[in-house]
Each structure stands twice: as C-alpha cells, then as structure tokens.
Design a protein around this ligand. Structure first.
Ligand SMILES: Cc1cc2nc3c(=O)[nH]c(=O)nc-3n(C[C@H](O)[C@H](O)[C@H](O)COP(=O)(O)OP(=O)(O)OC[C@H]3O[C@@H](n4cnc5c(N)ncnc54)[C@H](O)[C@@H]3O)c2cc1C
Length: 383
C-alpha cells in the first residue's frame, strides 16, 4: 500500500490548489479552440516548482523523484486533462539531457525548463519509421567541429513553440547493428536550416502544437551530442522507460477526473422518479471504474518507486503504461456514457477527458510495441 509522506502530501495539496485556482474551464476551451499555448499557466506552474521537480537543485529542480512528478501529473490531469497533459509535457524529453547529457548541456538547458523559460520537444520518429525507431534516416555527419543534420522528423509535440529539440539521428550508417549507429543531438529551434510545419488539429490537447521538422544542412556544435555517440537508440529506449510512467500518471489523473464528474452527476440526476445512482447497473459501472482506477494507480506508483530506487525495467514500465492508459480510455468512455446525452456535450467537460485519453494509448508505444516489450522480456525472442 502506498502512503504518501508528508512532503508528497504537501506537493499534492499545492498542485490541487494551483489547478483549482488557475484552471478556468472557459479559458481552457478557448485555448483548445484557438490552439493557443497557455503561457501564463505554464509559467506559474514552473514558478511553483511543478516542472522539473526531479531535476537537481543546481538545475533549478527540487532534487526529488519521478514519484513526485507522478503526483503532479495526476493532480493536474484530474482537474483538467487537456491542461494537465500540456503542462506535464512542457519539458518533454529534457530527461535525455538530465540522464545522459554533459554538464555543459545540463547547465545551459535544464534550468530554463524548470524556470518556465523554455519549452522542449523530442524529435524521434520519422514519416516512414514510427514504431520502428531502428530504421531512421535523418543523418548527422561530422564536419570539423560540427554535426551537419539532414532529414525530416514528424509528430513533434510542442513543435511550434519549443526552444530546442532532442533529435535522434543516424551518425554511422555502416554500423553492423543499425541501432548502434544512432545518436541524440540537441538542436536549438533558431538554428539555420531548421524549419517547422504545423501538422494541424488533433482529436484533443490542441493547446500543444504538433509539427514536422525539416533539417536542411543544420549545423550544430559537436558538444550538442547528448550521451555517447552510437547510443542514441538505447538512450531513447531508456528515456521511454522513464517517460511511460509519466503517461501512466496522466492517464490515472484523466480517469479520476472523469470518474469524479460522473459520480457527482449520477447522484443528482433522476430518471423514472429515482436518482440514477440507485440503479444497480449504474452502481456496478461505478464499481468497475473504481477497480480500474485503483489498480492502475498502484501500478503507476509502484513503477515510480521502482524507478526512483533504480530498479525499473522496460517490461514493468510498458505494462504500467498499457494498464493505466487502457483504464483511462475505458473509464472516460464509461463516464461519457453515464452522463448520456450531456456527456457528449462540451459544456459538461467529460467528452474532452475521453478524447484526451486516446492519445495516451498511442504516444510512445502503441499496443503492439508495448506488448512486444512485455512478451519478449517474458518469453524471449524466438526464431
Ligand atoms: C499527439 C501525438 C503526439 C506525438 N508526439 C511525439 C513526439 O513529441 N515525438 C515523437 O517522436 N513522436 C511523437 N508522436 C508519435 C507517436 O509516438 C507514434 O505515433 C507512436 O510511436 C506509434 O506509432 P504509430 O502507431 O503512429 O505508427 P505505426 O508504427 O505506423 O503503426 C501503425 C499501426 O500499425 C501497428 N504496428 C506497427 N508495428 C507493428 C508490428 N510489428 N506488428 C503488428 N502491428 C504493428 C501499430 O500498433 C499501429 O496500430 C506523437 C503522436 C501523436 C498522435
């Protein structure tokens, strides 16, 4: 059983108070409709220490763990899934710098993320390689003291607003194992030759932009290499093992938020001269939702604790993300159903929890990818 310690309870309380005070339903709907980044809310969240809490103090963090990050993501998404996911993703992929980067890169970029001065993006996938990151074609060739990057990335979140990107590049096309020829390289948005193209409106979380990135002879210093050369693919997989816990946290918050709204509704709504909460089939739906949320929560907390103790493996992270995002999809779906026609209406908010839950199932590992990780580590690969 997970019991939050005193400091974790304080963080939870502070995030709850922040979301209650700052998240305005109508403003959020406007941001979503206009596809506008919530700059003030993001900056306030950073000011209160809710971004980069897991960074060391010298990089403007609080020296805390992923567990605390999970608490923050959960509470933010519980109040509003669109805003919660947006704030949680403000420093996306900056963990690659934190875990593998040089001191120079950490000093230069991490404080800006934690202080709400910079947004970041992770540019991993390409139009022809989504689930299969072992076959990327964006190249980074050494010339003097620079890398020259050419290629195209797609589906880059925060693409239109990030100040820098962590880019997975091919640095040795002759490597005997293709993944050993890849490296992570940091590219500032303003670098000559880098252009972004907006990918349009999404099913949800439209406050965050999503873009194609085109690299045409983009020159960056060799010191922008993150981690060891040739370890790009491996380090991205390690990063996914960490970040999938954060998706699980967004999922449990999203599920919880929709569930609580549905619970309130069924107590007040009467049909056939009775509150609908009196019907057994409705009560059982609530029971099923509780089971899904509580099971997903336990897995998410367990994953976060294992990560903070240096004991998280890719399998556990994958199964946690899968269980939590499935729970979010099922619970938000049921919540819409419990509100009936009103559940379908924007005014009642639940519909956007449902739409936002979907992307959590897709990003950073569709079901096939996650199930492959779980099965391969359980059974082993067979020829
Ligand atoms: C809103 C949003 C934000 C995103 N943000 C980012 C980002 O910031 N950075 C980034 O790099 N990427 C980002 N992505 C990309 C995302 O991570 C990919 O979409 C994801 O990795 C899954 O790939 P795919 O399912 O889209 O594509 P595909 O790999 O083309 O898969 C298509 C379908 O085929 C199935 N499939 C694939 N391989 C197999 C197989 N071996 N066996 C059976 N079935 C298979 C998949 O499960 C899926 O159903 C984002 C995507 C979205 C929608």
């Amino acid at each position: 059983m997970f019991e939050f310690d005193k400091s974790q309870k304080q963080i939870q309380k502070a995030v709850k108070a922040f979301a209650k005070g700052e998240f305005d339903k109508e403003q959020i709907q406007d941001f979503e409709k206009n596809r506008e980044y919530p700059i003030q809310t993001w900056k306030k969240a950073a000011e209160l220490g809710f971004i980069g809490i897991h960074f060391p103090e010298k990089f403007s963090g609080a020296n805390l763990g992923i567990f605390e990050n999970v608490i923050i993501a959960e509470e933010l998404c519980r109040k509003d899934s669109s805003m919660g996911i947006t704030i949680t993703m403000a420093g996306y992929a900056s963990e690659c710098i934190l875990r593998f980067g040089s001191d120079e890169l950490k000093n230069k970029y991490l404080p800006k993320i934690a202080e709400g001065e910079s947004l970041s993006g992770g540019a991993f996938i390409e139009p022809d390689s989504n689930s299969d990151l072992s076959r990327i074609s964006t190249t980074a060739v050494k010339k003097g003291d620079s890398f020259v990057i050419n290629g195209k990335k797609t589906f880059v979140l925060n693409g239109g607003s990030a100040d820098f990107f962590i880019v997975l590049c091919q640095t040795d096309p002759n490597a005997s194992i293709p993944t050993n020829g890849t490296s992570l390289i940091l590219v500032d948005t303003e670098t000559e030759g880098l252009s972004t193209a907006d990918q349009g409106t999404k099913l949800g979380t439209n406050m965050m932009s999503m873009s194609d990135l085109q690299f045409d002879n983009v020159k960056v210093p060799l010191t922008n290499l993150i981690g060891e050369e040739g370890k790009g693919y491996d380090n991205v997989q390690k990063f996914f093992t960490e970040s999938r816990i954060l998706y699980a946290a967004q999922a449990i918050g999203t599920a919880q938020g929709a569930y609580e709204r549905a619970l309130d509704y069924i107590k007040g709504r009467e049909q056939f001269s009775r509150p609908i909460a009196a019907f057994q089939s409705v009560r059982h739906k609530i029971a099923d939702m509780c089971i899904k949320i509580e099971s997903a929560k336990l897995l998410t907390y367990e994953s976060a604790q294992r990560f903070d103790n240096g004991k998280l493996d890719p399998k556990f992270s994958a199964l946690t993300k899968m269980a939590a995002t499935n729970a979010a999809m099922e619970v938000t779906n049921e919540a819409v159903q419990l509100l009936g026609g009103y559940g379908y209406m924007t005014e009642y908010e639940i519909e956007h929890f449902y739409r936002d839950a979907k992307v959590l199932q897709i990003r950073e590992g569709n079901f096939t990818v996650l199930k492959d990780i779980i099965a391969n580590t359980t059974i082993g690969k067979l020829k």
